[in-house]
Ligand binder design. Structure first.
Ligand code: KIV
Length: 273
């Protein structure tokens, strides 16, 4: 039995305090990404704890080869659709590239726009120690912020590529501790060794959410379309497919084409008198 036995109508809304408390309660946090009303509604109904409107949208939805081109207005447009669909999950929205790096003031203005215009609960930014001043400024302005440490896709040029495991233990521990100390409510750990992710998870009081960071994090996130087998040719070691939706969608579309071309569809049962 893999589906959530709790009917979606009786599930409690995931609030920030509840999200944070899951670490102390030892209940793993589940997170996936969504970028529109259709998919966000589906993940929410399935019982996911949290939906990230990730700037992975730049690759998955927009077809770019990195997250860098995504703009603030695009994030807001997509986050609005997600929030409209969600009844229970906590919605977190990525601050895209160059919307928080210039100054803490600009980060506050842009994070404020996201939360005010979309109704999402929190924002996420990439960085730990180097972004501590900005995380602190956001937290002091009562804007809930999550940090993202390890492989930071917005910095993929500096890291030498998207899929590189990050192994600088001293720096990654410093990043996680700086993010916590500055007021982040959680930390995404991307592509770091499992043992190091465990060390970080055990040494911070806020939840860690892993992607390619092994089983010891407080929760896990996968990009929604990757998890459901919709992104062809993308098969990193950390990714597990929980469905084969691409094959199912292509097969269904091919049957539709065949039936229209052969005159099988629509038949009398799909026609009006
Ligand atoms: O943009 C994104 O989808 C993310 C996740 C991979 C954590 O940041």
């Amino acid at each position: 039995m893999t589906s959530d036995p709790t009917p979606s109508t009786s599930r409690k809304k995931m609030t920030l305090p509840r999200f944070i408390a899951q670490k102390a309660n030892g209940k793993k946090i589940t997170m996936t990404t969504a970028y529109d009303y259709l998919w966000a509604g589906l993940f929410d109904e399935a019982g996911i704890d949290s939906i990230l409107v990730g700037d992975s949208m730049g690759m998955v939805v927009q077809g770019h080869n990195s997250t860098v081109p995504v703009t603030l207005d695009q994030m807001i447009y997509h986050a609005e659709m997600v929030v409209r669909a969600v009844k229970h999950a906590l919605v977190i929205v990525d601050l895209p590239f160059m919307t928080y790096e210039v100054s803490p003031q600009e980060a506050i203005r842009n994070a404020g726009r996201i939360l005010k215009e979309t109704g999402a609960t929190a924002v996420k930014l990439e960085g730990g120690e180097a972004q501590a001043e900005t995380i602190r400024a956001l937290a002091r302005s009562e804007l809930a912020v999550m940090a993202h440490v390890g492989m930071k896709p917005q910095s993929h040029q500096l890291l030498g590529g998207m899929g590189r495991i990050q192994r600088n233990e001293e720096q990654l521990l410093a990043d996680a501790h700086a993010a916590e100390e500055a007021g982040a409510f959680g930390i995404v750990l991307e592509l770091i060794p499992a043992g190091l992710a465990r060390k970080i998870t055990e040494s911070v009081s806020i939840p860690t959410i892993g992607i390619g960071a092994g089983p010891h994090c407080d929760g896990q996130v996968l990009v929604g379309p990757d998890m459901l087998g919709l992104t062809p040719g993308f098969q990193p070691r950390f990714l597990k497919h929980y469905a084969k939706l691409r094959e199912a969608a292509i097969e269904g579309t091919q049957r539709y084409i065949e039936e229209v071309e052969s005159g099988q569809f629509p038949d009398d049962s799909h026609s009006h008198e």
